[in-house]
Every structure is written in C-alpha cells, then in structure tokens.
Design a protein around this ligand. Structure first.
Ligand code: GUN
Length: 307
C-alpha cells in the first residue's frame, strides 16, 4: 500500500476560486480588498514568497501594494510605515515578511500592525483570541492545513495529533487549532525524549521542524495522516535517492536546477506506511497563499462590519 496524496495544489485552487467569487461580489458594492506586502532586505526566499503573494492578489482581483525596503531600515522607520498602512483606507491586510533583519525588533513590528489588518495572525491580540477559541485572523499555514483536513474528509475529533515543531508561525497555532477541534494534542521539539515513539502514537502527524526528511517510516503509525510543512533542499543525487527512492523526475530536477525541494518527511519510507501524505512541493505551500487571500477578504469584510 502507499499513502494517498493530499493534493494542496488542487485544494488551494478550490479555495482561490471561492475567494475570487467573494472578491467579485464585493466589487458590486464598490469594495476592493487590498493587501500591503512589506519586504525588508534581500533574503531571496522571502522575495520569492512576497512576489508570489502579490501575483496571486492580481489573479483573484485583490488590490496589492509591494513595499520593498533596504536591509539597513531601522525599527523606527518600519514602525512609521506600518502606522501609515494602519490608517490607509485602501489597505485591508498588512503582511510583513519574516524573517526580518537581525537589527529590527520583530516583536515591536508585529505588535504595531492593527489587529484588524493582521492577515498573518501574528499580533498578540489575534494569538490570544486563537488560544481562547475566539473568532480572529488565523495564521495562514496552520489554517491551510485545517482546510486540507476538512476538505479531504479527515476527522479530527478524538484523534491523537502530534505536532513536531513549536514555532509561533506553525507549531503552536497548529496545536491550538487541532485542540479546538477536539484532538488530543502533543507538541514535540528538539528535546523530546523518544521522538519516534511519541510520533508513532499519532493519527495525525504534523511535521514542522525544518529538518530535511527527518520524519522517517519508523516515526509513523500505519494508516496515519502525515502533513509535511517542511521546505528544504536536496542538492545531490545520493541525498535525493535516499529520500525519494528511484525518482527520475527528482534526479532530473537536480541535474537542471541544482536542487529539488524536500520536506521534513522522507517519502521513500513514510509513503508505504502512512494512510495519507501531503507532498512537497504541492502540499501545504499552495494553501498558505490561498489562506492569506482568504484572510485579506475576511479582514476587508470585518473592517466594514459586513460579517
Ligand atoms: N515567513 C515564513 N512564513 C511566513 C508567513 O506565513 N508569513 C510571513 N509574513 N512571513 C513568513
């Protein structure tokens, strides 16, 4: 047996279609949801993400503004920009791409974003509301994973969920979202004792550690739902063969681009055991952007008290 694929590209497309229809309906009332995407410095990964967010806005009919600032920008300058976006009527969502350069006070920046415009769900007000189970703007990646589970008809209530990774962006909010849907949740991290044993208890296993192919078959209970949030690179044929087995497309990609994208899960050993597996690429990634678009429309409605 091999795991069924959780197709994030198809699910992301369906969500984006729904968002596009909402944007069209709002346009009839003269409303155009708008997103400001702020990129500081020249992290190449961040640039790719921001460009892709702005491009998706255009595809769905949202207004977007990309603001690029040099790496030497100060915290004070960034706070001033956010302040002006907070008061800008054409902007419903403000996204500051992370990580910010070391010299910038990230907490001060995230706290400066008006919670009503915080489409990343990183402001302490939204984090607090999420923890309490109140309505809020939710972080996009875990929200996308919840949509993936829901739209795939995979039940959560009463299941054992193990989240590997305790980041503010994925691990922690993911754990609370699963808890609110009545899963029994364990959060693991680098100091967890017997990590494979804990993971093997999971009916739903979320891999969000940021370590290439760390979750191997011996971490997985037969039939489990495995969600791979990792985004790493394999750069040699030997590494790719160890992770994927004899996958010609992957090897060809390395020959052409110099790398192939790899998650935190090792498909060669996990796919024969898991019941469902989200691939990398084409799993969680497309859902993050789809949920950002959905959050921007939600913020536009909330700010106008449209429910
Ligand atoms: N960096 C990595 N993931 C994210 C995200 O979801 N939003 C922002 N703003 N930055 C990120």
């Amino acid at each position: 047996m091999t795991a069924r694929k959780l197709d994030g590209t198809a699910i992301g497309r369906a969500i984006k279609e729904e968002v596009k229809k909402e944007v069209e309906a709002l346009a009839e009332s003269g409303i155009r949801p708008g997103l400001a995407a702020v990129l500081v410095g020249d992290n190449p990964g961040s640039r790719v993400y921001v460009n892709s967010k702005v491009k998706t806005c255009a595809e769905l009919g949202l207004y977007s503004r990309k603001i690029e600032l040099p790496g030497e920008t100060t915290t004070a300058q960034l706070l001033e920009l956010i302040n002006s976006l907070n008061g800008d009527e054409s902007i419903d969502g403000i996204l500051v791409q992370l990580p910010l350069p070391n010299a910038i006070d990230t907490n001060a920046v995230l706290e400066a974003v008006r919670p009503e415009k915080d489409v990343d769900g990183f402001h302490p007000v939204n984090v607090g509301r999420l923890v309490r189970g109140q309505a809020c703007l939710e972080p996009c990646t875990p929200a996308g994973i919840m949509e993936m589970l829901r739209r795939s008809g995979l039940p959560i209530s009463g299941k054992r969920a193990v989240v590997v990774g305790r980041s503010d962006i994925v691990g922690k909010p993911m754990a609370f979202m699963l808890l609110h849907r009545h899963a029994t949740v364990t959060i693991c991290h680098s100091r967890t004792k017997d990590l494979p044993g804990v993971c093997r208890e999971a009916d739903i296993l979320i891999a969000a550690i940021g370590r290439t192919a760390m979750i191997t078959g011996d971490f997985v209970k037969p039939g489990a739902v495995v969600i791979d949030v990792g985004m790493n690179k394999a750069e040699t044929r030997e590494e790719a063969e160890r992770i994927f087995g004899p996958d010609e497309a992957r090897l060809a990609e390395i020959g052409k681009k110099g790398y192939t994208l790899v998650g935190d899960v090792e498909p060669r050993t996990v796919a024969p055991i898991a019941g469902y597996l989200s691939p990398v690429p084409g799993g969680v990634g497309p859902l993050t952007i789809a949920m950002l678009m959905s959050n921007t429309v939600k913020a536009a409605r909330l700010r106008r008290r449209l429910a």
